[in-house]
Design a protein around this ligand. Structure first.
Ligand code: ISL
Ligand code: CA
Length: 549
C-alpha cells in the first residue's frame, strides 16, 4: 500500500467549525474548540481533517461567502489559532484539507466593492456584469437559493451573476488576472503546510459566456447542462495543477455538482487533474424536479446502481470519494437508515458501507455517534439561507408553510449544522452559553460521553471500522464487485484483491432476510458486524457484516 499516494488510503473527518466546539463562550464553534478536541479526533482513526471555510465572511451562506481569503473569521479565532491547530494536527500525524471557495466571493470582498463602483473599474471583469434583457435579467437562470441568478446594480445599471445568493457574486475565471489572484491565495495557504484543498463548486468555474437560457425546469438538470462542465473547465483545472498544486505534496478534491459518470474522468487525469471529485449521484436520488425541497422516494435499486456506475467511472480515471452526508445534506442515519427503532444498527450499517467501499471515505462530524436530523418547529428556527429562500420560492408555488417545513425537516441543511453532541450536559457540552443553533433534543441519549465507555456504541463501532479498513488493503484497493440482487433491501458486494476475497452484506430494512443462495459463507470468517453474536441463519434487521471468504 505504501507505494500508493496517502490520500487514497486516507479516512477523512469533516469538521464544520461553527458547530463543532465553542471554546470562548460565545455560542459559536471555533478553532480553539477544535484544538481542545484533537485527541478525540485522533481517537476516531481518521487521519485527515476537511475543515469547512474558516475565512473572513459576512456568514450569508455559512462562510461560503468569503470577504477576505487570507484572514481567519474573527468569530473562529486568529491566524495564530490556525497555526496552533495545524501544528496540533501534524504533531498527531493528522493532515488538514482546507475548503476553498473560488467559484464566487462575498459581495463584501474588496474586489467586488471596487468592481461594482464603475464599469471602468480595473476589477470590473473579476465578475460577470451584463446588460439586462427586456427590462429583466440577462437570462432565465435560477439561483441555487431561489429567484434569479442575476442581481441588478443601480450604480452601474447592469446585472451581476450569482449562482448562489446575491451576496455571492460569481468570479469571472475568463480573466487571467483573476485566475492568478486565485492561484496566489491557494499558495498562501499551501505555503503554511496545509495538506490539501477541497474545491467548492469547482465544476461551475467555467461559464458558458454566451449565457443561453435554460431549457429545463428541472433544477439539477439546469446545473448539469448550464452551470457545470463549462468549455474551459479542464483548462482551468490543468492550470491550477501546473501552476500551484504540482509544487506541493497536496491532495485536491473537487466538489462537482452536475458532473456525470461520463465526464468525471476529464477532471481527474493523473497528471493534470484533480485527485478526487465528489459526485452527487446518490445525493439527488430523492430530489424531484424542484430540487432539495421537492422530495421523492428513493429506491435501493437506484442507490446500488449509483455506487456501481461511479465505481466504474473511477476505475478508468482518478479515485473515488465516498460520502453519505456532509454540511449540505440531512444526517445519514435519518436519510438512508432508521433513526427510530433501529437507530444504532442502521448507524453502524452506514459506517460499515462508508468504510468498505473503493474510494476515500469522507465522514461528517457527528455521524460517528449517529447524530440524527432535527425537527424545526417553525422556519424561524432555521439558520440556513437555502431553507429560508427555498420557503420564499415554495410559497410562490402555493405550498403551505407546514408542507414546506416537512420537506425542510427531511432534507434541509440545518439538520447537519446542529451543535456537536459532546455530552448530555448543558448545551450538549458544546458551549457554556446558548449555542447559535438549537441542540437536538436527543442529546440526552446520543452524545460522545455516553458512548465513550460503551464497547457496543456507534462511536466504538466506528473506531473498529476505521481500524479494520486500515488493516485490510482489500477494503481500500480491492475490486468492487456487487452481487446483483433484485432484492430491494439487500446490498451485497465483494472486495477482491489478489487472494483476498471479502464480502460485505448490508440489510437496509427492518425485516429478517435470507442469505442470497449464490453467497456461500460456509467457510467464511466474519471480520466485523453490528450484531454482537456472530451466528445467524438469517440477515437480521439493519444487520451489517463483513466476511473473509
Ligand atoms: O448540489 C447542491 C444542490 O442540491 C448542493 O449540494 C450544494 O448547494 C452545491 O453542491 C454547492 O455546495 C457548495 O457551495 C455552496 C455552499 O452553500 C455549500 O455549503 C457548498 O458545499 C455555495 O458556496
Ligand atoms: Ca466561540
Amino acid at each position: 500500500m505504501s507505494s500508493q499516494p496517502w490520500w487514497k488510503q486516507a479516512i477523512v473527518y469533516q469538521i464544520y467549525p461553527r458547530s463543532f466546539k465553542d471554546s470562548n463562550g460565545d455560542g459559536i464553534g471555533d478553532l480553539g474548540g477544535i484544538i481542545e478536541k484533537l485527541d478525540y479526533i485522533k481517537s476516531l482513526g481518521a487521519d485527515t481533517i476537511w475543515l469547512n471555510p474558516i475565512y473572513k465572511s459576512p456568514n450569508d451562506d455559512g462562510g461560503y461567502d468569503i470577504s477576505d481569503y487570507c484572514h481567519v473569521q474573527p468569530e473562529f479565532g486568529t491566524m495564530e489559532d490556525f497555526e496552533r491547530l495545524l501544528e496540533g494536527l501534524h504533531s498527531r500525524g493528522l493532515k488538514l484539507i482546507m475548503d476553498l471557495v473560488v467559484n464566487h466571493s462575498s459581495d463584501e470582498h474588496p474586489w467586488f466593492i471596487e468592481s461594482k463602483k464603475s464599469i471602468n473599474s480595473k476589477y470590473r471583469d473579476y465578475y460577470f456584469w451584463k446588460q439586462g434583457r427586456n427590462g429583466g435579467p440577462p437570462n432565465n437562470w435560477p439561483s441555487f437559493f431561489g429567484g434569479s441568478a442575476w442581481q441588478y446594480d443601480e450604480t452601474t445599471q447592469e446585472y451581476y451573476l450569482h449562482l448562489f445568493s446575491k451576496k455571492q457574486p460569481d468570479l469571472n475565471w475568463e480573466s487571467p488576472i483573476l485566475r492568478e489572484e486565485v492561484q496566489n491565495l491557494m499558495k498562501f495557504w499551501l505555503d503554511k503546510g496545509v495538506d490539501g484543498l477541497r474545491l467548492d463548486v469547482i465544476s461551475a468555474i467555467s461559464k458558458r459566456t454566451d449565457f443561453p437560457d435554460s431549457d429545463t425546469l428541472d433544477f439539477n438538470e439546469t446545473i448539469r447542462k448550464y452551470y457545470a462542465n463549462g468549455p474551459r473547465l479542464k483548462e482551468f483545472i490543468h492550470e491550477m495543477r501546473s501552476k500551484v498544486w504540482d509544487h506541493y505534496d497536496v491532495m485536491t478534491v473537487g466538489e462537482g455538482p452536475g458532473i456525470t459518470p461520463q465526464n468525471a474522468g476529464e477532471y481527474l487525469d493523473d497528471h493534470h487533474g484533480l485527485n478526487m471529485i465528489f459526485h452527487f449521484g446518490h445525493m439527488f436520488l430523492d430530489q424531484g424536479p424542484g430540487g432539495r425541497f421537492d422530495p421523492i422516494p428513493w429506491t435501493m435499486k437506484k442507490f446500488k446502481a449509483v455506487f456501481k456506475t461511479w465505481d466504474d467511472a473511477f476505475l478508468k480515471n482518478g479515485w473515488g470519494s465516498i460520502f453519505l452526508g456532509n454540511h449540505d445534506f440531512a444526517r445519514m442515519v435519518s436519510r438512508w437508515g432508521d433513526d427510530k427503532t433501529y437507530w444504532s444498527e442502521s448507524s453502524k450499517l452506514l459506517v460499515t458501507l462508508l468504510m468498505s467501499m473503493r474510494g476515500t471515505p469522507f465522514v461528517f462530524q457527528g455521524d460517528e455517534i449517529g447524530m440524527t436530523n432535527i425537527t424545526l418547529s417553525s422556519l424561524n428556527e432555521s439558520k440556513d439561507i437555502e431553507t429560508l429562500t427555498g420557503w420564499r420560492e415554495a410559497e410562490k408555488r402555493g405550498l403551505s408553510e407546514a408542507r414546506f417545513l416537512e420537506a425542510a425537516n427531511y432534507s434541509g441543511r440545518d439538520n447537519a449544522r446542529t451543535p456537536m453532541q459532546w455530552s448530555s450536559g448543558v448545551n450538549a457540552g458544546f458551549s457554556s452559553c446558548t449555542p447559535w443553533m438549537k441542540v437536538n433534543d436527543n442529546v440526552r441519549t446520543i452524545n460522545v460521553d455516553t458512548q465513550q465507555p460503551d464497547s457496543e456504541s456507534v462511536l466504538n463501532y466506528f473506531r473498529r471500522m476505521t481500524s479494520l479498513r486500515k488493516r485490510n488493503p482489500a477494503l481500500v484497493f480491492g475490486k468492487y464487485l456487487p452481487l446483483e440482487t433484485a432484492h430491494e433491501k439487500l446490498f451485497v458486494f465483494h472486495r477482491i484483491m489478489d487472494k483476498e476475497k471479502l464480502v460485505v452484506v448490508l440489510n437496509f430494512s427492518a425485516e429478517n432476510l435470507n442469505f442470497p443462495p449464490e453467497l456461500s459463507l460456509r467457510h467464511a470468517i466474519r471480520l466485523a458486524g453490528n450484531y454482537d453474536d456472530m451466528e445467524s441463519a438469517v440477515i437480521r434487521p439493519w444487520e451489517a457484516s463483513i466476511y473473509r471468504l
